[in-house]
Write a protein that binds this ligand. Structure first.
Ligand code: UFG
Length: 342
């Protein structure tokens, strides 16, 4: 029997590469399209090694309609996952047009081409950033969205709206938007993981680079918040668990189980972990000493947010499985593998 094929836009990136592995494990064929603006070909090569499958990878920009159309002409897939977007909150404040153009054009091109070629299912990478600073924890999919505090966050809200309206109008097409909480960790093989360019902006890559001696000292941004230990709280989700949520979303749409043409799911563990807790767990689990200091608050940070993942657990049949300890061990293994540390 011919396998179902999934187009993975941005498949060389952090979440895209892990999702490609899980799609192959679940019996799907995959075609990757990536412009390598913030990713490396080596990730695709390592995904091929992990899976033993010669996954096709086309170097093209999803914002370039003509280049993108060629992918649709050449490959038969009925589902696509849209990871092809820029994701740095700080950079988006400096270069808003880059974010609006890149994140929205690539999505609109995808929707247009899916329609033109009669392809059906889209999984979209949304973010818990759409909730802003929530009034109540944990957040459910019904928690109201707050005005975005960065152009990046705004592209996620606008993208959700574009998809909601398009799915209402274009019968036969379906979308599942996954609102990710904070993805961390790496594949258990340590062959793929996060590859930040320059100084990491996110907590865990900064932690692993500090432990590896590349950064001198981790700054914990704020210990005077209204939380039990004074540092911010997040819901850290293992990247392989997150990858599996995409497989569950694709399965749901292909098997015709979606109740609506546009559905939203929180993808988190349901567990809030503070920055200081994470730093301590990282040191314990990996038996390493981490140089860190308390620094001023980072402007724009949300104080606390964690998911109510009940809808994903019950309706999607997906649940986060990894413990934070396992995930922090995988993050360190990946950093050691990258730097050749024994
Ligand atoms: N932090 C530090 N030191 C650092 C880096 C981060 O203390 O060097 C703290 C932050 O202040 C925050 C926590 O670690 O309290 C997590 O910060 P990240 O930058 O790792 O993640 P954010 O929660 O700020 O952002 C993430 C994603 C965004 C997404 C957002 C939604 O990176 O893409 O969650 O809230 F939009």
């Amino acid at each position: 029997m011919k396998k179902e094929c999934v187009l993975v836009c941005g498949g060389a990136g952090y979440i895209g590469s892990h999702t490609t592995v899980e799609l192959i494990n679940a019996g799907y064929d995959v075609v990757i399209v990536d412009n390598f603006s913030n990713s490396e070909m080596s990730a695709v090569e390592n995904v091929r090694k992990i899976t033993g499958v010669e996954i096709p990878c086309i170097e093209a920009d999803c914002c370039d309609m003509e280049a993108f159309r060629k992918v649709f002409e050449k490959y038969e897939f009925n589902s696509a996952i849209h990871f092809a977007a820029s994701k740095a909150v700080g950079e988006s404040l400096e270069k808003p047009m880059l974010y609006y153009r890149n994140n929205l054009t690539s999505l609109m091109n995808l929707i247009d081409l899916m329609r033109e070629f009669g392809r059906q299912n889209i999984v979209f990478s949304s973010s818990c950033t759409v909730y802003g600073e929530p009034d109540k924890q944990p957040v459910t999919e019904q928690t109201p969205r707050k005005p975005a505090t960065s152009p990046y966050g705004n592209t996620k809200q606008i993208s959700e709206d574009i998809l909601r309206d398009s799915m209402a109008a274009y019968k036969g097409m379906k979308t599942i938007a996954l609102r990710y909480f904070n993805p961390i960790g790496a594949h258990p093989s340590a062959m793929i993981g996060e590859l930040p360019r320059g100084v990491p902006q996110n907590l865990v890559p900064y932690v692993t680079q500090t432990a590896a001696g590349i950064r001198e000292c981790l700054s914990v941004f704020g210990d005077d918040y209204n939380t039990p230990d004074g540092s911010c709280i997040r819901d850290y989700i293992d990247v392989t668990d997150l990858a599996k949520a995409h497989v569950a979303a694709i399965n749901r749409m292909i098997q015709g189980r979606s109740e609506e043409n546009y559905e939203i799911f929180n993808v988190g563990t349901g567990r809030g972990v503070s920055v200081l807790e994470l730093v301590n767990k990282f040191q314990e689990v990996n038996n390493v000493k981490l140089n860190f200091k308390i620094a001023p608050r980072r402007p724009g940070d949300i104080i606390a947010i964690w998911a109510d993942p009940t809808r994903a657990n019950t309706v999607l049949g997906w649940k986060a499985e990894r413990t934070i300890e396992e995930t922090l061990a995988s993050a360190w293994n990946w950093e050691k593998h990258l730097r050749g540390i024994k």
